[in-house]
Design a protein around this ligand. Structure first.
Ligand code: SF4
Length: 504
């Protein structure tokens, strides 16, 4: 749970305009939080950094799996107790009964992707006097402020089911990386997942909207764009890959075309939630050509055809062949995946099949979760529930293999010099400022993969957060790398920079 602080606020302080914000869930939810925070700022609300300072609290919830639902309900309860005025939004908001059953006193509930609705409730709860000298939002007439639909200040306002899909200007990630949401919703029906019920069918953004957002981010100093959606490979299918105009040229809403254009901006471009459809090969070719990062996050979930069928997974099939083919095209590719162990009907033989796949595929990064029932998910009706102790035992065996492979693959990097993006300083008491750093290689996504611990050496004190340095890797363990900075090359994107960001 994150009680967000240090978010820039817009107008002159007024009483009763302080909004607390709790953001739960995945990067996709984080982007929704950024959009709401952007609009709060546009309308002159302050973001409170503690319950004590908040006049009302917005809780952006996650409703994906039972533990996430529980965490969301607990956060709502905590915020209610502290402030008495809570607006719930996000995935769990799509199931208001669930929330009202536990917390009947919440002030308002909206679903996900509902900036307009959230803001309407904020205005109702915390009406503000219009102030023509400090407001960022123009008002049509005295008093109209509190009932008017918000005016979005983003460069592109999209005409989709989600009229609020726009480029947020408040970012919750550090400036050097940003999530770029290219679509919302999902057309699949995986039996363990309720996202399509919560968020609806896929709605892709026009390529121009995504590209203008990326352009603005890179111009503002973002060096790494992390592309996300529920099913990134299916980007554009729902809008028939329609063309839109970016910098006076048409561009299709298709993953390959989008990747080419994003790659041209010169920032690191990282792809998440890519299903192994045939056209992904073209994207891997772009990786081999150095246009985008040689990194794919491919949620495979299992390897047994029987279990994949029960899961109703998209793109399931010749997974191993596909991975081998990708590695032929781009030998340096880092492949990350997630798996579920203990799915209903999983026998020891099915699990062994998964372990064998893991050994053969030698995935670089792996996450695994024990299966847990999700309310309203079809998998709950399946027979053959795996006992909890068996699930946990399988999870431990799975992670043992995954850890060994990860350690072996990281050991292969020792001795190499590779680019590392710096996320934070790692100085301890007694260290000279900026002498120890923590960063990530191109094979490490923020927040979920490993890190690189570096000595700055002769560059101590010269390196800033967000710099991309060259580092020699000197050691490794199961998840992380260790080394030293050997160069600090100039980094220049192909997008004009707004202001000066150190030229690095
Ligand atoms: S692909 Fe499957 S797991 Fe992913 S969001 Fe869609 S239905 Fe859920």
């Amino acid at each position: 749970m994150t009680v967000l602080d240090a978010v820039p606020t817009g107008a002159t302080p007024q009483t009763k305009n302080r909004v607390g914000f709790i953001s739960l869930g995945c990067p996709k939810a984080l982007v929704d939080s950024e959009r709401i925070l952007t609009q709060l700022r546009v309308e002159g609300y302050q973001v409170a950094d503690s319950y004590a300072d908040a006049d009302t609290v917005i809780v952006n919830t996650c409703g994906f799996i039972t533990p996430a639902v529980e965490e969301s309900l607990a956060a709502i309860g905590e915020a209610l107790e502290a402030t008495g005025k809570v607006i719930v939004t996000g995935c769990l908001g799509e199931r208001p009964d669930k929330i009202l059953e536990r917390h009947p006193k919440v002030a308002a509930i909206t679903g996900s992707e509902a900036v307009d609705d959230v803001m309407r409730h904020v205005r109702e709860l915390l009406p503000m006097e219009a102030n023509p000298y400090t407001d960022l939002l123009p008002t049509a007439a005295p008093g109209a402020r509190n009932v008017a639909a918000p005016v979005l200040t983003a460069p592109v306002r999209e005409n989709t089911r989600h009229g609020d899909v726009f480029a947020p200007s408040v970012k919750l990630t550090p400036r050097h990386f940003a999530y770029l949401k290219i679509a919302e919703g999902c057309n699949h029906t995986c039996s363990f997942c309720i996202i399509p019920k919560l968020r609806g069918k896929q709605v892709s953004r026009d390529a121009a909207a995504v590209l203008y957002e990326a352009y603005r981010l890179v111009a503002g100093g973002t060096k790494e764009l992390v592309v996300i959606s529920q099913d990134t490979s299916a980007y554009g299918v729902d809008i028939r890959y329609r063309e839109s105009e970016f910098q006076e040229a048409p561009v299709r809403a298709h993953l390959t075309d989008l990747a080419v254009k994003l790659g041209e901006m010169g920032a690191w471009v990282r792809m998440h939630y890519v299903y192994p459809y045939p056209h992904v090969e073209k994207v891997v070719e772009l990786m081999a050509a150095g246009k985008i990062l040689p990194y794919l996050d491919v949620p495979l979930q299992h390897a047994s055809p029987k279990i994949l069928k029960l899961m109703r997974r998209p793109g399931a099939g010749k997974q191993l062949d596909t991975i081998r083919r990708w590695r032929e095209i781009c030998p340096d590719i880092t492949i990350r995946s997630t798996f579920i162990v203990g799915f209903p009907g999983e026998t020891e033989a099915d699990f062994q099949e998964l372990l064998t796949f893991l050994e053969d595929a030698r995935l670089d990064r792996v996450g695994a979760f024990p299966y847990s029932d999700v309310d309203e998910a079809d998998a709950g009706a399946l027979t053959g529930a795996v006992p909890e102790d068996v699930k946990m035992e399988r999870l431990a065996r799975f992670m043992e293999v995954a850890q060994r492979i990860s350690a072996e693959k990281l050991a292969e990097k020792v001795g190499r010099v590779m680019p590392v993006i710096i996320d934070e300083f790692n100085d301890e008491e007694g260290d000279a400022a900026g002498s120890k750093l923590i960063g990530r290689t191109q094979g490490d996504a923020p927040g979920i993969d490993g890190q690189v611990y570096l000595f700055a050496g002769e560059f101590a004190g010269q390196i800033k957060i967000g710099d991309i340095v060259d580092a020699r890797i000197e050691d490794s363990d199961e998840y992380d790398l260790f080394g030293e900075v050997v160069a600090r090359p100039d980094w220049k994107p192909n997008v004009p920079q707004m202001g000066h960001f150190g030229g690095h």
